[in-house]
Write a protein that binds this ligand. Structure first.
Ligand code: ATP
Length: 253
């Protein structure tokens, strides 16, 4: 079995009297695609803020490659819910932004991103502004900006939440292909059960706030997962929906 990269153990966090994360324990192995699925407001984005350093945990332990996260440069490239492209910067200058923030000169950063434009379906759009691109293209540009930073692990916070259903399923297929091709290690937050089943090796289902891990689900479907409507995929999806709708019946973890 591949080595564990990210490990959260009994992580807790409150905001004043509001208990948000009660007990979050989860892991992500090298090259794995893992999703966190849970009700709105359960604290999913709070987990990412603990990882990226925007917030501190009140208790528990977060390790990356076996070492406390607090003792190391954060190994994550983070893609937020909205594409967060800067409307006044051309696409090429948006995709270099993360590298420039890390201190790379703009010309060197442009050289680094240039070969990726074709793979991300953005060839010929380097000089366009974000408003001139479709929603799917903007998300691919935001993902390009994220992955080019060459961090050990990707954190994706509802990356396709704002897209229409058709664009969204196209993006899911594309992302699965990219993930396989590049052997990324990825942790995805989503509300969308079908998206989680389509993309993930494993899924953690959270309870409502204060959040705990209610179930861990292994998705044994072969890849690439072209057939979302297969009986196996539908059965897993139905099982997870049942857990989300009737969490009290389900204390399997
Ligand atoms: N900095 C903060 N100060 C106070 N309360 C906060 C703060 N950040 C988050 N919260 C509260 O914590 C709870 C969980 O928020 P969070 O954004 O993590 O949920 P979520 O599961 O990502 O939600 P959604 O799925 O709707 O995006 C919410 O009730 C929110 O109001």
């Amino acid at each position: 079995m591949r080595g564990v990269r990210l490990q959260l153990s009994q992580v807790r966090r409150s905001f004043g009297k509001l208990d948000v994360l009660a007990d979050i324990s989860l892991s992500v192995r090298a090259g794995e695609f893992v999703s966190i699925l849970g009700p709105s407001g359960a604290g999913k984005s709070t987990i990412f803020k603990l990882l990226t350093g925007g917030l501190q945990a009140d208790g528990g332990d977060i390790r990356f490659d076996g070492k406390p996260l607090a003792d190391q440069t954060r190994p994550f490239a983070f893609m937020p819910q909205r594409d967060a492209l800067m409307p006044w910067r051309r696409i090429v200058d948006n995709t270099t932004l993360g590298l420039e923030v890390q201190g790379m000169a703009r010309e060197a950063a442009r050289k680094r991103v240039a070969p990726l434009f074709a793979e991300f379906g953005l060839d010929g759009f380097e000089q366009h502004y974000p408003a001139q691109l479709s929603g799917g293209m903007r998300q691919r540009a935001a993902l390009l900006r994220t992955v080019v930073q060459n961090r050990a692990m990707l954190l994706l916070d509802e990356p396709f939440g704002a897209l229409d259903a058709l664009t969204r399923s196209g993006m899911q297929r594309w992302l699965e292909g990219m993930w396989e091709h590049h052997s990324w290690t990825a942790l995805l937050i989503t509300h969308d059960v079908r998206e989680a089943v389509f993309l993930s090796d494993r899924i953690y289902v959270l309870t409502e706030r204060p959040a705990r891990v209610l179930r861990e689900i292994i998705v044994p479907l072969p890849r690439p997962r072209r057939d979302l409507a297969s009986p196996q995929a539908s059965a897993i999806e139905a099982d997870i929906l049942e857990t989300l709708l009737n969490p009290q019946l389900d204390q399997r973890t």
